[in-house]
Design a protein around this ligand. Structure first.
Ligand SMILES: CCCCCCCCCC/C=C\CCCC(=O)SCCNC(=O)CCNC(=O)[C@H](O)C(C)(C)COP(=O)(O)OP(=O)(O)OC[C@H]1O[C@@H](n2cnc3c(N)ncnc32)[C@H](O)[C@@H]1OP(=O)(O)O
Ligand SMILES: Cc1cc2nc3c(=O)[nH]c(=O)nc-3n(C[C@H](O)[C@H](O)[C@H](O)COP(=O)(O)OP(=O)(O)OC[C@H]3O[C@@H](n4cnc5c(N)ncnc54)[C@H](O)[C@@H]3O)c2cc1C
Length: 645
């Protein structure tokens, strides 16, 4: 900021907490903060990593530019001898969907989690050095959600000691895998295993797709890109592939681990949600403090739009959710590490809970974040619709997270199965533990009454927690009772699936709220930091209560009067957060390069930069547009009838 006017300085001076300490809380530790800060600056200062031209590049140029960035990133990683942690941060701050996401995010984890020791020794060193590039080829043209319905076969031939991977139908073509279309040399392909004419379900196989000499597909393999996707630049930096046929090398692991990569990636997607959400919120918050509309008195300045209660009511719950998702993401990482260690010791007991938590929280956080990015665009008015706001691209890149790695509704139905199993076991020897431990108090939760009498009573974390637990327990038990009336449970499950999904959402919201409350019980240093986090936690919880009032009232978990008091408390919390809003988004510590938004600039110097940015558009290369002589002039001169169009 040296020599630059800070248009948001007054806002920063209003902060009532230690921003530097909050940055550490957000990062997770001082170590991660320092590392992220260093790598973010490194990326921002490297011209190869510029990204302000993405919206105007053709698909081919966009894609080639992504290859260039990925190669440059790898070069820098080698030159600077970056650790795995630093390298992964570097890819994060380069901020461009690319084949490397799948190589490092899915191919390597799939080998680590599912391959035998011998296979790992063969493939991992090659993958770590990027001497092979891999992808995760599960989804087919005909089946994505229904993994057991995949049609690709892997038939073992004892004579050659090989598997024959075959796509017997058009619909069995692998369709969607990122990196597959143009870049990957190898893939973990999911196929139905057949030995001695017998089927053994879906397994993963490492398949070489392309020659390592000339990159041509190996004989019998047809590969291509599936075509342009939603948004202009956005996800089109990625090649998503279609392929058929191949040969491979043997793999054999316990059935439960086949899905392990999905559990891992869903867990990372929850943390990513807090990044995408915080980024959109940072843009909308800074711009809301810069933007002024109405309210000028005696020729004075107009009102900052952030001071309108409606703006706060739309924006601050999103800010609170960004922090909430950060902390639940941290916890989920711990849960994943724990379950991985147990699996290594052949303890599968916590896998169902880990599956339900990763599936449910992936669904909850991505749905919320995708909607929130769009809300942030609207919070920025007309300028939010400009690509230079960064929001349209962020939305287009982010929104498929609601579909990939498991459609969000399909995943909530998995949570519902877990919840219904838990309810059915109540009263038996098997006591609910972990995130369903509250079900162990179901008798109390079915009849307890919320004690709130005045708005401030809603600031008690135990009061909030019990209201959320009562709501979820009552919704789950109600739907379980309805299910029990069906002679065929699967028929009942299909019929009641909308109610089941609602119970799952309630359960996942309870997890997020409870993990935020647990976070606040830790020792958090820094003036005012814990207080501000407490306010955000209350905003997150009370906003859900307000938005899902129907659930809370219909289950009798709270009264209408208590619902109204929660809303009064929310308004008061907005006023308390308001002076801290800019500092709370500064705590994300995003560089202007990473934010990629004129509206979200750190210095708040929005208008001159918007004007400057507009002139850079290729359409402004000439004053009179290309096409004037063919199409505009004849129109104006009434010569269209004679014109050759
Ligand atoms: C380090 C840097 C990281 C960077 C991050 C990288 C991220 C990169 C992002 C890049 C962008 C995009 C990547 C996208 C990749 C993909 O999309 S890959 C494809 C993902 N596909 C899916 O997610 C498919 C969704 N479908 C499913 O998950 C399952 O098939 C489904 C759960 C719907 C299965 O339903 P059923 O057919 O009813 O069940 P079965 O298969 O028969 O299984 C039944 C039992 O298994 C349990 N189960 C199911 N899934 C899991 C799991 N994942 N883990 C553990 N257990 C699981 C299920 O509960 C049943 O158990 P039960 O019998 O009831 O006890
Ligand atoms: C950008 C992107 C990247 C991807 N990358 C990869 C990759 O790298 N590797 C890979 O293998 N795959 C990848 N995929 C594929 C992705 O995992 C699947 O698209 C996803 O799992 C959803 O499956 P589907 O497309 O079959 O949806 P469908 O299952 O066809 O869903 C269609 C609709 O049906 C509903 N539905 C489906 N089943 C049920 C049910 N049982 N009950 C109620 N409703 C149901 C869904 O809610 C949805 O509304 C990617 C997809 C995208 C968009």
């Amino acid at each position: 900021m040296d020599g630059v006017v800070d248009h948001l300085a007054d806002e920063r001076n209003k902060a009532q907490f230690d921003v530097e300490e909050m940055k550490i809380v957000w990062a997770g530790s001082r170590h991660v903060f320092e590392l992220s800060d260093r790598i973010a600056r490194l990326v921002a200062s490297d011209p190869v990593f510029r990204k302000d031209n993405r919206a105007t590049l053709s698909r081919k140029d966009l894609f080639k530019n992504t290859l260039r960035k990925a190669a440059h990133a790898w070069k820098r990683i080698i030159e600077l001898r970056l650790s795995e942690e630093e390298a992964s941060k570097l890819r994060f701050y380069v901020d461009e969907a690319a084949f490397t996401d799948l190589h490092w995010g899915m191919f390597v984890p799939a080998i680590k989690g599912q391959a035998t020791e011998e296979q790992q020794q063969k493939w991992l060193p090659l993958a770590y050095k990027m001497q092979i590039i891999g992808c995760y080829a599960q989804t087919e043209l005909g089946h994505g959600s229904n993994v057991q319905g995949l049609e690709t076969t892997a038939t073992f031939d004892p004579q050659t000691d090989e598997f024959d991977i075959h796509s017997p139908t058009l619909t069995s073509s692998k369709w969607w895998p990122g990196g597959l279309g143009k870049v990957s040399t190898h893939a973990v392909v999911y196929a139905r295993l057949i030995t001695d004419g017998q089927e053994h379900g879906v397994h993963g196989f490492i398949v070489q797709l392309r020659s390592l000499d000339d990159h041509l597909p190996l004989p019998g393999i047809t590969i291509g890109d599936i075509g342009m996707k939603f948004g202009n630049g956005a996800y089109n930096t990625m090649d998503n592939g279609v392929t058929r046929n191949g040969k491979c090398v043997r793999s054999n692991v316990p059935r439960q681990l086949i899905y392990g990569t999905m559990v891992f990636v869903r867990q990372t997607i929850v943390s990513d949600a807090s990044c995408a959400l915080s980024r959109a919120v940072c843009i909308a918050t800074r711009y809301s403090a810069v933007r002024r509309q109405f309210g000028s008195q005696n020729g004075g300045v107009e009102t900052q739009v952030i001071d309108y209660k409606t703006q706060q009511n739309r924006l601050f719950p999103l800010l609170a959710a960004a922090y909430a998702f950060r902390f639940v993401g941290e916890w989920l990482k711990w849960l994943y590490t724990d379950v991985t260690q147990r699996l290594q010791a052949n303890d599968f007991s916590t896998l169902p809970e880990a599956h339900a938590c990763t599936a449910g929280l992936k669904s909850l956080t991505t749905t919320f974040t995708a909607d929130a990015i769009e809300e942030c665009r609207k919070l920025c008015g007309g300028h939010g619709y400009l690509c230079s706001s960064g929001l349209p691209e962020l939305f287009a890149v982010y929104v498929p997270a609601c579909t990939y790695e498991g459609d969000n509704v399909v995943l909530l139905l998995q949570v519902a199965r877990f919840l219904m199993k838990t309810v059915s076991q109540l009263g038996s020897e098997k006591k609910p533990v972990g995130t369903t431990a509250y079900m162990g108090r179901v008798e109390h939760l079915m009849q307890c009454r919320c004690s709130v009498q005045k708005a401030e009573d809603w600031l008690n974390p135990n009061t909030i927690l019990e209201a959320f637990e009562a709501r979820t327990a009552r919704m789950s038990v109600a739907v379980a009772q309805k299910l029990a009336q069906f002679a065929n449970p699967e028929e009942g499950f299909l019929e009641l699936s909308p109610n089941l999904v609602e119970a799952s959402v309630a359960h996942c919201q309870l997890i997020v709220v409870s993990k935020f409350i647990e976070k606040l019980q830790q020792d958090i240093p820094g003036k005012g930091v814990k207080e501000l986090l407490g306010m955000l936690c209350n905003i997150y919880a009370l906003n859900i209560l307000h938005k899902h009032l129907g659930d809370f009232l219909s289950t009798g978990s709270i009264t209408p009067k208590q619902g109204s008091l929660a809303n009064d408390q929310l308004r008061s919390l907005y006023s308390q957060v308001r002076p801290n809003a800019i500092a709370l988004v500064d705590a994300f510590n995003y560089t202007d390069h990473y934010l990629g938004s004129v509206l979200g600039r750190y210095d708040g110097n929005v208008y001159p930069k918007l004007y400057e940015e507009a002139w850079k558009d290729p359409l402004n290369d000439s004053v009179v547009p290309d096409g004037y002589h063919e199409y505009i002039r004849p129109l104006l001169k009434n010569q269209l009838r004679n014109a050759r169009l």
